[in-house]
Design a protein around this ligand. Structure first.
Ligand code: 8OZ
Length: 377
């Protein structure tokens, strides 16, 4: 079907909304828990700048508010110190010739009272506790995985405030912190995904029940951000069938086909889809999903954003799907932890460093900024 001489390659430039990308290799958002008090450190600027040859860097998930935080030492976007920390990151990435967007995060029920303002219960669409764990760091520096706390259901009157908080974070991201854009985290069982999916949303108001109602918060957030900073600087991440953080939908295909049709007129930079179980198998037992149909629904509704795919891609699969025109961008997670020069390694089919799971979450430079490049090896 494809014309080999004209087929796009993973290493060709591409335009995604307002973002001019040097290639189609993307660094996926990766939680690293190295930002005490939610403030990105200098080593974080080094870490992202080392990876600036990616067509696009997506930051680790970043809390839009203290209430939106659910793990120890994840960064935020809500105060002067946090924004100043991010300024150093974006400056270092731009100096190295890269492009970087920040992932906007509200965890909803995936949190713990000890991480919430005044020790309050985390918030959720419905008062249903997730079978999930979060990560705490104690005063003596030791870390621990603990079950998430029981959430309280958000009052409908609180939802406009949540939309406003997302919008403020997006404006701060581009106007103050120097990001090239933002990615709305609509995936992995966090707040917006909790509203989308039937297992976590049992509301009986305008934000629960029908697909239209369950998608309302995600769409209000995304449209609001688009009004503020322009659709060309906005991406969104979705995970139709991931079991991450204990969510499932009764009819994921119908739900997500609707979501992308509604997103189509917004002029987004990209739609980022996690295929299968986040960080795990590309197929989820008993949860079939047709990603090509999802993309077709978006295109048929006029969506022109770049189509970004993620999860378990290797060089061969990425090159094939880009050459076939199935996907425009491929986001690599674990491979980007271990290979700062991933673009070069893929291009030259060079050996890859293997990521060390023990240093994914928490710690300092080890397992963060000390993975070697080919040039340094
Ligand atoms: C791993 C550990 C903690 C959070 C996600 C933000 O899955 C995350 C996350 C991943 O989207």
């Amino acid at each position: 079907m494809s014309h080999p001489s004209q087929a796009p390659s993973l290493f060709d430039p591409v335009q995604a909304g307002s973002l001019q990308l040097a290639n189609r290799v993307v660094m996926a958002p990766l939680t690293r828990n190295r930002s005490p008090d939610a403030i990105p450190l200098d080593i974080t600027a080094t870490y992202y700048a080392q990876r600036a040859s990616a067509g696009l860097l997506i930051t680790e998930a970043t809390a839009i508010s203290h209430q939106g935080q659910g793990y120890a030492h994840v960064p935020g976007l809500y105060g002067t110190e946090q924004l100043d920390g991010w300024k150093k990151v974006t400056a270092a990435v731009h100096e190295a010739g890269g492009r970087i967007v920040v992932q906007l995060w509200h965890v909803g029920r995936i949190s713990h009272t000890s991480l919430q303002p005044e020790g309050a219960a985390p918030v959720a669409p419905s008062a249903i506790t997730a079978k999930a764990k979060t990560y705490l760091v104690h005063a003596d520096g030791s870390g621990e995985m603990v079950p998430v706390s029981a959430p309280r259901a958000l009052d409908v009157g609180e939802l406009p405030g949540i939309v406003k908080t997302y919008r403020a974070a997006a404006r701060n991201a581009v106007e103050t912190a120097g990001f090239d854009g933002v990615e709305v985290h609509g995936a992995n069982g966090y707040l917006l995904d909790q509203f989308l999916k039937t297992s976590s949303n049992q509301r009986t108001d305008d934000y629960g029940g029908s697909i239209e109602n369950r998608a309302r918060l995600l769409l209000e957030v995304t449209r609001g951000i688009v009004d503020d900073i322009g659709g060309g600087k906005v991406g969104i991440r979705l995970s139709p069938v991931t079991p991450a953080n204990d969510v499932v939908d009764d009819d994921a295909q119908a739900l997500f086909d609707y979501v992308v049709r509604e997103l189509a007129p917004l002029g987004l930079a990209y739609v980022h889809v996690i295929e299968g179980a986040t960080g795990g198998p590309r197929e989820v037992p008993d949860r079939p999903f047709d990603y090509e149909a999802l993309k077709a629904a978006y295109r048929q509704a006029g969506g022109q954003g770049a189509w970004m795919a993620n999860n378990g891609y290797d060089r061969a699969l990425a090159e094939k799907k880009v050459a076939d025109g199935e996907v425009d961008l491929v986001a690599f997670g674990k491979l980007y932890i271990a290979n700062p020069d991933l673009v070069r390694r893929l291009k030259e089919n060079a050996p890859l460093n293997q990521p060390d799971q023990a240093t994914f979450y928490g710690g300092g430079e080890h397992g963060y900024t000390d993975y070697p490049t080919l040039a340094g090896q």
